[in-house]
Design a protein around this ligand. Structure first.
Ligand code: DGT
Ligand code: CA
Length: 376
């Protein structure tokens, strides 16, 4: 009798569970600064600060990010560069090199797509994957997450932190739980215990202002928040936000992982054997990279509208040249032809030795959608 009762209780609980998905969130560690460390290994172990200079005189501008060595001195994203320099005048200050970070981000997103069919790129260095269909349980999910971290380390040379949970809300908090190089798994039955001691502002969507208001009300942890009635939260924050906060505090989130349209690009970049201006070497490299890009497009049945040539010169400056086509294309021939034309144009205008060369396509449409259009 006892056993039957227990079984009944368990199956009831499973039926009532709002979510039976397995979601992974991945966040690269100190991303821009780690990209620079990869490009300049001599920076490793030193405090590195990545800066957005305002273009005005001197050190006017803000810190974009810093590595963990620099964070030990209190240097943080968003602070004025002048303040960071006071905190540690000996740190290495570098300007943002967005093209480099974008191309590394592309490589990472492609690796993720190799492991998961459903990838939602959330920012340059973060993504969600719905791996429900790929693994049987959270034990397998942990192994898969470790494999993904490994692949990124091996192929791209960077570390990241991953979180796995029953939904996006929990997965995201989990990836932030242990950094750098962390891996945190939160099974559905562990969600309440995991969230309880965390700060209310650890919930993505509970910003600084809401956090301060909650603190004034004596609500500091997610556990405190979960004890409030929906009515109390709605009275304070309005219907939509109050209802959402109640759910979030209980670790409930039904939002799907979905591809974001228009932000996607597929690219390949490689380091040449030596810095060179030799057109033959550069064009041969473009041929090879274009073939790889086209292979990826074929796998995903995508057509593209624009092609970009990326050249990183010996002084580490990144240069790009792009062209938008009159109509969508999907063949390797078009990528090769356009990328080579762009490379030639670039080298005529900037006769500078290149260290790395890349090819990228974007503005996608799916072949399926095109066929449908054609039928009309
Ligand atoms: P993490 O994730 O704590 O190890 O460190 P990051 O640097 O990866 O920080 P994250 O994930 O918040 O942001 C990813 C990149 O976005 C970061 O490397 C630089 C850029 N970024 C972040 N916050 C700011 C900011 O306040 N201003 C500017 N310009 N860029 C930022
Ligand atoms: Ca990050």
């Amino acid at each position: 009798m006892k056993n039957t009762g227990l079984r009944l209780f368990v199956s009831e609980k499973i039926k009532l569970m709002p979510d039976n998905r397995i979601i992974l969130h991945l966040d690269m560690d100190y991303f821009f600064a780690q990209c620079e460390e990869r490009e300049h290994p001599e920076l490793k172990g030193k405090p590195v600060v990545i800066c957005v200079y305002s273009g005005r005189a001197g050190d006017s501008g803000a810190v974009s990010t810093s590595n963990y060595e620099a964070r030990k001195f209190g240097i943080k994203a968003g602070m004025p560069i002048s303040r960071a320099k006071k905190l540690n005048p000996d740190a290495i200050f570098l300007p943002v090199n967005m093209e480099l970070y974008r191309s590394i981000s592309d490589e990472i997103m492609e690796i993720l797509r190799g492991f998961s069919d459903i990838v939602e790129q959330e920012s340059i260095d973060e993504a969600f994957c719905d791996i429900t269909g790929k693994v049987a349980d959270f034990g397998e999910a942990k192994k898969l997450a470790a494999q993904i971290k490994d692949a990124i380390k091996q192929k791209v040379g960077l570390t990241c932190s991953a979180g796995v949970g029953p939904n996006k809300l929990v997965a995201k908090i989990a990836s932030d739980f242990k950094k750098p190089d962390g891996l945190t798994i939160v099974k559905p039955e562990e969600v309440s215990q995991f969230l309880e001691p965390l700060k209310v502002t650890d919930i993505i969507g509970v910003g600084k202002k809401t956090g301060e208001r909650l603190n004034e009300l004596g609500i500091n942890t997610i556990g405190d928040l979960s004890k409030l009635s929906p009515g109390e939260l709605i009275r304070e924050f309005g219907q939509a936000k109050g209802t959402w906060m109640k759910q979030a505090s209980q670790g409930i989130d039904t939002s799907p992982v979905q591809e974001r349209q228009g932000t996607e690009q597929i690219g390949r970049i490689t380091t040449l054997k030596e810095d060179t201006l030799d057109m033959k070497v550069i064009l041969e490299t473009i041929d090879r990279l274009s073939g790889e890009v086209s292979g990826k497009l074929e796998e995903r049945k995508l057509s593209f509208r624009s092609v970009t040539f990326v050249g990183i010169s010996a002084d580490f400056k990144t240069h790009t040249k792009s062209r938008t086509l009159g109509a969508s294309a999907k063949d390797a021939g078009t990528i090769k032809r356009v990328a080579k034309e762009l490379a030639k144009d670039f080298l005529v205008q900037h006769p500078t030795a290149l260290r790395r060369v890349g090819v990228r396509v974007e503005n996608f449409s799916s072949e399926k959608a095109q066929t449908t259009l054609g039928e009309f």
